[in-house]
Design a protein around this ligand. Structure first.
Ligand code: PEP
Ligand code: MN
Length: 333
């Protein structure tokens, strides 16, 4: 159920409506929009009786039943697009954002070099894995807290924001201390206990689409986070697994406008993990922004050939620069 209050509804009237909803056994989420308060109602109860009671309550403009499985991240509830401000950088506004940096943090020198050139091309958000989800247990697993410290230190020096992946709920307190945006990777999109833990955090989260997830499952994963109370969610399309072998995954371009139509959340496209190659990043980045993406994530390294992970897809300085300068001709950066 979604209840829109009248623009001139008083706080007492809003409180009264919330109280009535709770009496019917429901949970209440309210949002102060620009013009009016919108109240989202979830849970199990007698919907008809509740609707009837609420419709006639003073200050209520409308009360409608929502049959969609998505409750909070949908446009009907939020009414305006979610913009996520992170210390002066806005995600979901009219400019596209760039989140770039190496696949993994390897050393102070490596992260500093990568960050310097991301900053030099205008990127404001530094990525870098500290805890790496690797397919093989014998591959490099990340430098852990040392990497987090390096990310923070370098980002502070260059006035950048940090995004890094959270692999498990156990690491959350540590990562929360250092990161500005928490990343949930493709393998963890279905980890509902992690999503619930992230719902309790009050920091922006970038949720990647599971490589086997439908768009609906992806949106429901975002609902888990929102339902926990964390509304600062950024969706990230990073490709899904198909029978195609020319690219690492198949980037689902159609997911971008669908996510923008169905939800109020910003959408970022990861052109590195979706493609797994660099020679087609220009047209794919162009297509992603043209389809409505609010920004791009890509991996960049001072010397990709020497990278400890994903060396084949990391862009070097020149490739990063060429990409941004090309996109700037068509989109606001
Ligand atoms: C990453 O961004 O470092 C990463 C591992 O991505 P994904 O979860 O999309 O594979
Ligand atoms: Mn990687």
């Amino acid at each position: 159920m979604i209840i829109s209050m009248k623009p001139d509804a008083t706080q007492d009237q809003i409180d009264h409506v919330c109280e009535r909803i709770r009496e019917f056994g429901y949970k209440v989420h309210s949002i102060q929009g620009e013009e009016r308060v919108v109240i989202g109602v979830i849970g199990v109860g007698d919907v008809t009786a509740c609707l009837e009671a609420i419709e006639v309550a003073p200050g209520v403009a409308s009360a409608v039943r929502i049959s969609s499985p998505f409750k909070f991240v949908i446009k009907e509830f939020k009414q305006q697009r979610t913009q996520i401000p992170i210390n002066g950088v806005s995600i979901g506004g009219d400019q596209f954002v760039v989140m770039a940096g190496p696949c993994s943090v390897e050393s102070e020198k490596q992260i500093m070099e990568a960050a310097e050139f991301v900053a030099s091309v205008g990127g404001k958000i530094l990525r870098g894995g500290a805890f790496k989800p690797r397919t093989s247990p014998y591959s490099f697993q990340g430098l852990g807290e040392d990497a987090l410290k390096l990310l923070k230190e370098v980002a502070t020096t260059l006035d950048m924001r940090v995004i890094t992946e959270v692999l498990s709920s156990e690491d959350l307190p540590l990562i929360e201390k250092y990161a500005d945006i928490l990343q949930v990777g493709t393998r963890n999109m279905f980890n509902y206990s992690l999503l619930k833990s992230i719902g309790k955090i009050r920091k922006p989260v970038l949720l990647k689409r599971g490589f086997m997830a439908t768009i609906d499952e992806f949106i429901l994963a975002a609902e888990y986070i929102y339902n926990g109370g964390n509304e600062q969610i950024i969706l990230c399309e990073r490709g899904i697994r198909t029978f195609e072998t020319q690219t690492r995954n198949t980037l689902d371009i159609s997911a971008i406008p669908i996510l923008k139509m169905e939800t109020s959340l910003p959408v970022i496209v990861d052109i590195s993990h979706s493609l797994g190659r660099k020679d087609i990043v220009l047209p794919i980045a162009h297509a992603s922004l043209a389809a409505g993406a609010d920004g791009l994530m890509f991996e960049s390294h001072f010397n990709p050939a020497a990278a400890w992970s994903d060396s084949q897809q990391q862009l070097d300085l020149k490739e990063s620069e060429d990409l941004i300068r090309y996109l700037e001709k068509y989109f606001k950066f």
